[in-house]
Design a protein around this ligand. Sequence first.
Ligand code: SAM
Ligand code: SF4
Length: 322
Amino acid sequence: MLKDGYGRAVDYLRVSVTQRCNFRCQYCMPDKPFSWLPEENLLSFEDMFLFIRAAIDEGITKIRITGGEPLLRADLDKFIYMIHSYKNDIDLSLTTNGYLLPKTAKRLKEAGLKRLNVSLDSLKPKTAQKIAQKDILKDVLKGIDKALEAGLKVKINMVPLKGINDDEIVDILDFCKERGIEVRFIEYMENKVAKEQISGLFGKEILSKVKEKYIITKIGREGSSPSFSYLTNDGYKFGLIDPHKHDFCESCNRIRLSAEGFLIPCLYFDEALSIKDAVQKGDIEAAVSILKDVLRNKPEKNRWQEDEGGEISSRAFYETGG
Ligand code: SAM
Ligand code: SF4
């Protein structure tokens, strides 16, 4: 089992496969023109897989593919198939904006993907367009339907923003409840790349919106998940990810691999080490040793402490994969 320097078991690897995106969400990468393509020095899927295989052998049991928008990367289904074929009981999932799911959901399922999270911030075409800066809603909703049709387990992520979509918290919850899928409300995490004018809702503000319609009961965290579960009075379970709370890092079990091969110990921690040379030389022992170094240096708490007067993070979500 892998452990970090604070004795926390680490069994969860998030893999970003690209920084590119076909949306320009206000909280993520609002100011880049749509024509902008980051100069990525991508690790090939074969090289990424060499590392992933070693990480699984060392004790990683849960892998999430993310980005940027992961469905923009060609041959993603083949990459999923590589991981699935190596260990078919690995908890393998994907986070996507859903736009390309109508064309890809079936192939992803056939490749071995079991579940995915789709970001859905609004059910109103104009609001969705305002957030993503593109007319997206029809395709995203179709993508969710296609994923369900393909037999994938779907969860929805929503980031409530003041004055933009905070009037839709209950609508999104009801939309998910009707389809038997779980929603997770995510507190907006401030960062220097996001639009300055936006502000998010704290967890308790999100819950009070839900309480306008439902009586809710706290269930608790599921294992090391950052999501806290709640139950409505009619038996629907939903989640809240509230990183502004102080205990958020206590049970952190994750590490991140960037699209360029950097192992990142924490979402808001800048010291990452590259496994690129090691995997390109086929030196798996060296890659595992870098993994262990990164784990030793994983910080106890993230450095994103804006609410305590610290520096706001300059780390963009599209770089780390969220
Ligand atoms: N493009 C995919 C998507 O949007 O689902 C995957 C990558 S995205 C960076 C992963 C998750 O991070 C999404 O659920 C998105 O809503 C969330 N996210 C991005 N920026 C955020 C921010 N500033 N605060 C909170 N969540 C954020
Ligand atoms: Fe793209 Fe996802 Fe970032 Fe939105 S949150 S800009 S969809 S990477």
